[in-house]
Design a protein around this ligand. Structure first.
Ligand code: NAD
Length: 320
């Protein structure tokens, strides 16, 4: 059992506190906004209830159990007192992160590991020199209590043993860390997702297909085989000569990076910002957003369970 401090209790922070608590660790959670810190309790309880109902959290985990495993603290000093792992999950601005790392340098135990959840920032130049030996990125995906991938990126001067330690801790928690050799914005999964994002918005803007039709192509085509074959095992089944021919024929060229999408601009001008607003690409009106998030989580749980039974052929069997 490690003592874990989670800094930031927003969309990611409260969920990460829950994940580490369920992983058997003692968690202290803080946020610079007291209202966000207070709200975190209810959000963790709701997520825990969904997980327990789906058999993904022990049934004996009551709210009282959770309140013991995750304590909330308004003071940063108290939060990091005795911490072995510090999970940074505050807002994504270099200024805020730099200021926090400087405070952590003054307050945190000398041997504490600092693991940033940054989505895109190269945080390592923002971290004081004497903390570099224990500085890394551990980047999670939402909701982190159901999506198991964690991108692990050692800082340039990070002690490999510190990364080994965090990797082992994550594996013991049932997570699937993927260790990268160096920082690259977006890591692996988000870079691929960004490339897909460019393509689908291009297809929509060009009127090639509707959002529903593009989603159908993903669900019935790509997504169906991804859990079994991912991309390289799929290439092995296709045969590598075809991959070579596609490259040689220049059959595909990516859409131009224009920095905008007419469809997206129109939807946003109409206030269609997504599920929370009742509409985005789809119409979600008349449905309670909390119920929609719960439904998403229930389906993810069912899918994970099925996939565990099916297994993968992508050379990752041990990782399922
Ligand atoms: N939202 C996602 O899907 C997602 C996924 C992976 C990674 N991330 C990354 O995780 C981090 C947090 O993202 P989020 O979506 O949870 O943001 P969020 O805005 O929901 O939460 C950030 C929280 O940090 C708090 N905060 C700001 N400065 C602070 C400080 N100095 N000390 C303590 N608390 C402070 C804010 O009050 C806020 O509650 C970002 O780096 C983001 O890039 C987000």
């Amino acid at each position: 059992m490690a003592r874990v401090a989670v800094i930031g209790a927003g969309t990611m922070g409260h969920a990460l506190a829950l994940v580490f608590a369920l992983g058997g660790h003692r968690v202290r959670l803080t946020d610079s906004n007291p209202e966000t810190l207070a709200r975190a309790q209810g959000l963790m309880e709701k997520a825990l209830a969904t997980l327990a109902a789906g058999g993904e959290a022990p049934a004996e985990w009551t709210s009282a159990h959770l309140a013991q495993a995750v304590t909330r603290h308004e003071s940063l000093e108290e939060t990091v007192d005795g911490a072995e792992l510090i999970v940074e999950a505050i807002i994504e601005t270099p200024e805020a992160k730099r200021a926090l790392f400087e405070r952590l340098d003054a307050l945190a135990p000398a041997e504490a590991v600092i693991a940033s959840n940054t989505s895109h920032l190269d945080v390592f130049p923002l971290i004081p020199a004497r903390r570099q030996r224990k500085a890394m990125i551990a980047h999670w995906y939402t909701p982190p209590y159901l999506v198991d991938l964690v991108d692990l990126v050692p800082g340039p001067d990070c002690d490999p043993a510190a990364v080994d330690g965090v990797e082992a801790m994550l594996v013991a928690m049932g997570k699937k860390p993927v260790r990268l050799r160096k920082f690259v914005p977006g890591y692996v999964a988000n870079r691929i997702q960004a490339a897909i994002g460019l393509e689908v918005q291009h297809l929509l803007d060009e009127g090639v297909a509707s959002a529903e039709e593009i989603d159908a192509a993903i669900i019935h085509g790509l997504a169906l085989r991804w859990p079994i074959l991912a991309v390289f095992a799929k290439a092995d089944f296709t045969g590598l000569p075809l991959m070579q021919a596609v490259l040689a024929n220049r059959s595909y060229s990516p859409p131009p990076v224009r920095g905008r999408s007419e469809t997206l601009d129109r939807l946003l001008a109409e206030g269609r910002t997504g599920v929370l607003a009742g509409a985005g690409y789809y119409d979600w009106s008349g449905k309670d957003p909390a119920a929609l998030f719960e439904e998403r989580d229930r389906r993810l749980i069912a899918l994970k369970r099925a996939l565990r039974g099916i297994g993968t052929m992508a050379g990752l069997e041990r990782r399922l």
